[in-house]
Design a protein around this ligand. Structure first.
Ligand code: ADP
Length: 244
């Protein structure tokens, strides 16, 4: 890893569905070490922003990772450029073990690795990811038998072994127990320290504890941005979250 900060630059991001503008000119600048929470009311466009950055829906504007333009590329190309995402429902291979899931993910980025793995056993990149996500003791377990929280961690591990350094997570703690939320927060801190993590989240308590910065979306636009304290003190945000 070099000294320069990996970053994601989003300018004027716009997504239209049949004449309805779901995302209307969103600007975001994300630096290395950012644990950015993307919040806002239902329908504000949070998931669509992630979908657009990862190539799942067509968009206009500019999205660039360390100067490399992403818009117009396919999702797998964007993942290979180090920008990965999770979904609200974890998409792990249920029949495969934890280790096999990580193997598949590592191989997706670098086909030559599966050969190396057969020769040398567990790859260092996978061992590191296992430590980070706390699943080293569950190597051989079929992913389908993991708890909801553990599946989310495995999915994050799959992004790590693909060398993603921009991670976009859609409601990672939804449906998690209190303990799992705490562990996820610590995990995101560890992962985010040398990377950029964007978290779409409804849990305001979780956001207050772990966000390094916050962007508030409303009706497809950036309503407010800053530290947790700055955003909470913003009258425009209080108006949107009146009563919560
Ligand atoms: P959020 O994640 O903030 O709840 P979304 O990004 O899911 O909001 O949705 C933003 C708006 O775009 C909503 O009004 C939603 O109904 C609309 N929308 C999202 N995806 C589609 C789609 N595939 N086709 C049409 N409208 C969509």
């Amino acid at each position: 890893p070099g000294m320069s900060a990996e970053y994601l630059e989003v300018q004027g991001l716009t997504v239209t569905f049949d004449g309805f503008t779901a995302v209307a000119g969103v600007d975001l600048t994300l630096v290395q070490g950012d644990l950015r929470f993307l919040i806002g009311p239902n329908g504000a466009g949070k998931t669509t922003v992630i979908d657009a950055i990862t190539g799942l829906v067509p968009a206009t504007g500019l999205v660039a990772k360390s100067g490399v333009r992403l818009l117009g590329r396919k999702p797998h190309q964007i993942a290979r450029l180090g920008v990965g995402r999770t979904f609200q429902t974890a998409s792990v291979f249920e029949q495969l073990s934890v280790l096999q899931n990580l193997d598949v993910a590592a191989g997706a980025g670098r086909p030559a690795l599966s050969l190396l793995r057969r020769r040398r056993g567990v790859l260092p990149v996978i061992e590191e990811a296992l430590d980070t996500i706390g699943l080293a003791a569950h190597l051989e377990r079929p992913a389908g038998t993991l708890s909801h929280g553990q599946k989310q961690w495995l999915e994050i591990g799959m992004l790590l072994v693909q060398n993603c350094d921009v991670l976009l997570l859609d409601e990672p703690v939804a449906g998690m127990s209190h303990d799992e939320r705490e562990r996820t927060g610590e995990l995101l801190r560890a992962v985010g320290a040398r990377r950029t993590v964007v978290v779409v989240e409804h849990d305001m308590d979780f956001m207050r504890r772990f966000a390094t910065s916050v962007t508030v979306l409303a009706q497809g636009r950036v309503l407010s941005e800053g530290t947790v304290a700055q955003v909470q003190a913003d009258p425009a945000v209080q108006e949107v979250y009146l009563g919560t």
